[in-house]
Design a protein around this ligand. Structure first.
Ligand code: NDP
Length: 325
C-alpha cells in the first residue's frame, strides 16, 4: 500500500491530505522508487497556496532520495537497488513510492546518506547555480544573501565563504544570526531591527555589493536594489514574503545601470548534462567538508502540514526532511 500527500484545492496547510495512491508499473523511461527521505522546500508552499498554480488534484513535492525498485523499458543507466536522488520533475515527492523519469535522477555517492540527499538536492543545486552560474563569485567579492539561516541560506553562506567571498546575510532573529555566523556568514544583519541597505553600505565602505541573492521578494526587493554597486546584479529567486510588485525598468538605470534576473533551478537543470554537472559539483563540495548539510527538522511525511506551518512561520532553520516510513 502506498501513502502520499495530495491536495484537491489550494489554501493553507490544512488542504494537505494523506491518501492512498496506486503506483503502476514504470512506463518506458521511468523507474519506480521507494523513498527513504523527502525534502521540504519553500516552493512546496507556493504550489499548495496557489501562488504557483498547478492542475488539481495534485501531488506535491519536488525532492527526495530513495532506492530503485523497478525499471521501465529503455532505462539503461539504472538498476534495481541503485541509490538515487532528485530535485525537479513532476510534482509528487511527498510519497512513500512513486515513478520518476530516469533522466531526472542522479546516483547518490557512497558517502552521502539518503537523508542528506533529500535535504541537499534542491537547495544545494540552487546554491550551485546562484554562486557558480548566475553570478560567478570570485575570491574577494562581498555578497548579500537574504534568509541566511534558511535551507538555501546556510548552504550559500558556507559555499560562498569557501570561494573566498565576504558574506553578508540577513536573518530574522539573534539565534539565526548565530547559526549563520557559524556557517560562514561574516556579517549577520537582523533585518527586522535595522535597515539592511544602510548596514550593507556601511560594511562595504559605501560601495555596495556586486550581487544580491534575494529570496524574500516583496518586502526586500527595493532595498536589495539599493545595496548594489553600479552594474551590480540583482538575483530575485523567491517570494517568501510575497511576489515582487511590477516596477518600471527605468529604475535600474537610475540606480546604477543594474542587472536583474529572476532564475529558477529548473531553468538551469533542464538539460541533463547541466543537472549532472551541478549535482557533481554539489557532491564534491559536500564531500570535501567545505559545505555541511544541516538537517535541523524532521517530520513524519504524514505530518507535512505541520512542516509547512513551521516553515511559513519562520520557525525552521537549515534544511528539513519528511520521513515517509
Ligand atoms: P528557507 O529555509 O529559507 O525559509 C524561508 C525563510 O525566509 C524563513 O525562514 C525566513 O527567515 C525568511 N522570510 C522572510 N520573510 C518571510 C515571510 N514573510 N514569511 C516566511 N519567511 C520569510 O526556505 P528555502 O531554503 O526552502 O527557500 C528559500 C527561498 O529560496 C524561498 O523563497 C524559495 O522559494 C527560494 N528558492 C528558489 C529557487 C529558485 O531556483 N528560484 C530554488 C530554491 C529555493 P528569517 O526569519 O531569517 O527572515
Amino acid at each position: 500500500m502506498n501513502q502520499a500527500i495530495r491536495f484537491h484545492e489550494t489554501g493553507g496547510p490544512e488542504v494537505l491530505r494523506w491518501e492512498t495512491v496506486e503506483v503502476p508499473a514504470p512506463a518506458s523511461g521511468e523507474v519506480t522508487l521507494r523513498h527513504h527521505s523527502v525534502g521540504l522546500n519553500y516552493i512546496d508552499t507556493y504550489h499548495r497556496s496557489g501562488l504557483y498554480p498547478v492542475p488539481l488534484p495534485s501531488g506535491i513535492g519536488l525532492e527526495a532520495a530513495g532506492e530503485v525498485t523497478a525499471v521501465g523499458e529503455g532505462v539503461t543507466e539504472l538498476r534495481v537497488g541503485d541509490r538515487v536522488a532528485y530535485a525537479g520533475g513532476p510534482l509528487g515527492a511527498y510519497a512513500q513510492h512513486r515513478n520518476m523519469p530516469a533522466d531526472r535522477l542522479v546516483k547518490l555517492p557512497e558517502g552521502i546518506s539518503y537523508e542528506q540527499g533529500a535535504a541537499m538536492m534542491l537547495q544545494g543545486m540552487t546554491a550551485q547555480y546562484l554562486l557558480r552560474r548566475t553570478y560567478r563569485v570570485q575570491a574577494g567579492d562581498t555578497v548579500l544573501i537574504h534568509a541566511a539561516a534558511g535551507g538555501v541560506g546556510l548552504i550559500v553562506c558556507q559555499w560562498a565563504k569557501a570561494l573566498g567571498a565576504t558574506v553578508i546575510g540577513t536573518v530574522g532573529s539573534e539565534e539565526k544570526a548565530e547559526l549563520a555566523r557559524a556557517h560562514g556568514c561574516d556579517h549577520a544583519i537582523l533585518y527586522n531591527r535595522e535597515k539592511f541597505a544602510d548596514r550593507v553600505r556601511e560594511i562595504t565602505g559605501g560601495k555596495g555589493v556586486p550581487v544580491v541573492y534575494d529570496s524574500i521578494g516583496k518586502d526586500t526587493f527595493m532595498d536589495s536594489l539599493s545595496c548594489l554597486r553600479p552594474r551590480g546584479l540583482m538575483v530575485t529567486y523567491g517570494n517568501a514574503s510575497g511576489p515582487v510588485a511590477p516596477f518600471d525598468p527605468g529604475l535600474l538605470a537610475k540606480m546604477g545601470s543594474l542587472f536583474l534576473t529572476r532564475p529558477t533551478l529548473f531553468g538551469y537543470t533542464a538539460e541533463r548534462e547541466d543537472l549532472v554537472a551541478m549535482a557533481q559539483d554539489l557532491f564534491e563540495v559536500v564531500g570535501s567538508g567545505k559545505v555541511k548539510i544541516e538537517v535541523r527538522q524532521r517530520y513524519p511525511l504524514a505530518e507535512a502540514a505541520q512542516a509547512h506551518r513551521d516553515l511559513e512561520a519562520r520557525k525552521t532553520t537549515g534544511s528539513t526532511v519528511l520521513e515517509p516510513f
